[in-house]
Design a protein around this ligand. Structure first.
Ligand code: SF4
Length: 418
């Protein structure tokens, strides 16, 4: 009998010899940039020596890229992988989003986990009564969005006649604080009822908030809550044989390190996410100002970041682009000499909503009112500040950067008042 806490074993696929073999663009997916992502099928030797270490009865095949991506081209590679796994006496479990290909898995996989798109749930549009907390208290009433994403397929009844491998559905939880997640529970219960089969809820690796699996659990096996620790302690065959800790960035400890460090200032989209996570649900990257070069060293040694300097010799401040060897959010880092410069940099931004930073707590331009800025961020209302600005700390291309920033804000639904 395998130990009940024995790790799961997963073979990561990415069928493209170059690029990323997935037709989806999930906001929480950081695999696209991972240097550990394989390209094409791993060797027989690597696969066999990996799966022979597994003490469970099944091996999972998962992305990286989706295992069922362009199945007409990649079917031989997938079948070969399944044959190798079956040949060693294991069952095959496949995680996919390609709902249209499920019928081809009969005889190939024993279990299928179909990932649902996040848009099967919908944020409501309640009044923003409690913006002070940064959380839209009334905006997330149970509001199951029928007909969205993969569910459309379900509702056409095509899956009603499904006779393939054992099927479950899974969803990655949004990166929200626990009170917000708890408010979504009725939606998940309704979703599970509609699906009529097991629903797996996965903790989000991009979440920076503490997670309580007990509080999130439903007390029955129809909805299973999987905390990230299960994945972090699992084993993966990517380009290397590794554990989840080595291959996936857990953003909660990373955020905690940055938010509590006395030499670190955070700004940009990450701070908007801290202030109003339900509105600014995701952050594309993390903007950091460090006053101490040791921060770069620690981000490398503990969190797997490799930094490339973007600035020229003698430039001040120095600009670095950090990519994690684990699938994780990129970091843009400015190295500065003083706290005063860090504050001046943040407090001279073009819009009021950007004059807020995080340095062991929220900091705000002394000319601004924190509650008003939090409200503006929550309501996505930016105001252009026309007064004189200190520009000497900014990048020489700052005007171009600000134009791009404006376009991004508009794309995210901000209104901009002059
Ligand atoms: S999470 Fe899966 S389906 Fe989404 S982009 Fe990443 S690999 Fe593709």
């Amino acid at each position: 009998m395998p130990h009940p806490y024995a790790p799961n074993f997963t073979v990561i696929t990415n069928w493209k010899a170059k690029g990323f073999a997935c037709s989806k663009v999930c906001s929480y997916c950081n695999w696209r940039q991972s240097p550990l992502l394989p390209h094409g099928l791993q060797s027989n030797e690597a696969i066999l020596s990996f799966i022979r270490q597994c003490t469970k009865s099944f091996i999972t095949i998962s992305g990286g890229g989706d295992p069922l991506y362009r199945l007409e081209e990649n079917f031989p590679a997938l079948r070969h992988l399944c044959d190798l796994i079956h040949g060693e006496g294991f069952r095959v479990r496949i995680i996919t989003r390609e709902v249209g290909q499920l019928h081809r898995l009969t005889g190939l996989a024993d279990y299928v986990s179909l990932s649902l798109d996040a848009d099967v749930l919908r944020w409501g549009t309640g009044k923003l009564e409690n913006w002070e907390t940064g959380i839209l208290e009334t905006a997330q009433e149970p509001n199951f969005h029928r007909g969205a994403g993969n569910l459309e397929f379900w509702e056409t009844g095509k899956l009603a006649s499904y006779e393939g491998p054992d099927l479950e559905f899974s969803l990655v939880l949004p990166p929200l604080p626990m009170p917000d997640l708890l408010r979504l529970k009725p939606q998940y219960a309704a979703l599970r009822q509609q699906l009529g089969t097991r629903l797996v809820l996965r903790e989000n690796f991009n979440s920076i908030f503490p997670f309580d699996p007990e509080a999130m659990s439903f007390g029955h096996k129809g909805i299973v809550v999987v905390p990230k620790s299960v994945c972090l302690n699992s084993r993966y065959l990517a380009t290397i044989d590794c554990t989840g800790h080595e291959i996936v960035q857990d953003h909660a400890p990373l955020a905690s390190y940055l938010m509590n460090h006395s030499s670190v200032y955070l700004f940009g989209g990450f701070v908007k996410h801290i202030i109003a996570p339900a509105v600014h649900l995701d952050y594309a990257d993390i903007d950091v100002i460090a006053i101490d070069a040791d921060v770069i060293e620690k981000l490398g040694s503990t969190y797997g970041y490799r930094f490339t300097e973007q600035s020229n010799k003698g430039d001040y401040p120095r600009y670095f682009q950090g990519k994690s060897t684990k699938a994780g959010k990129p970091i843009q880092l400015l190295l500065m000499n003083s706290h005063e410069d860090a504050r001046n940099f943040i407090f001279n931004a073009q819009y009021d909503i950007d004059r807020v930073g995080y340095h062991q707590g929220l900091i705000i331009d002394p000319l601004m009112n924190l509650q008003e800025i939090k409200k503006a961020i929550t309501l996505k209302q930016a105001r252009l500040l026309n007064g004189p600005r200190q520009l000497d700390l900014f990048h020489p291309q700052r005007m171009r950067i600000e134009q791009k920033h404006k376009a991004k804000l508009l794309a995210k639904g901000f209104t901009i008042a002059a």
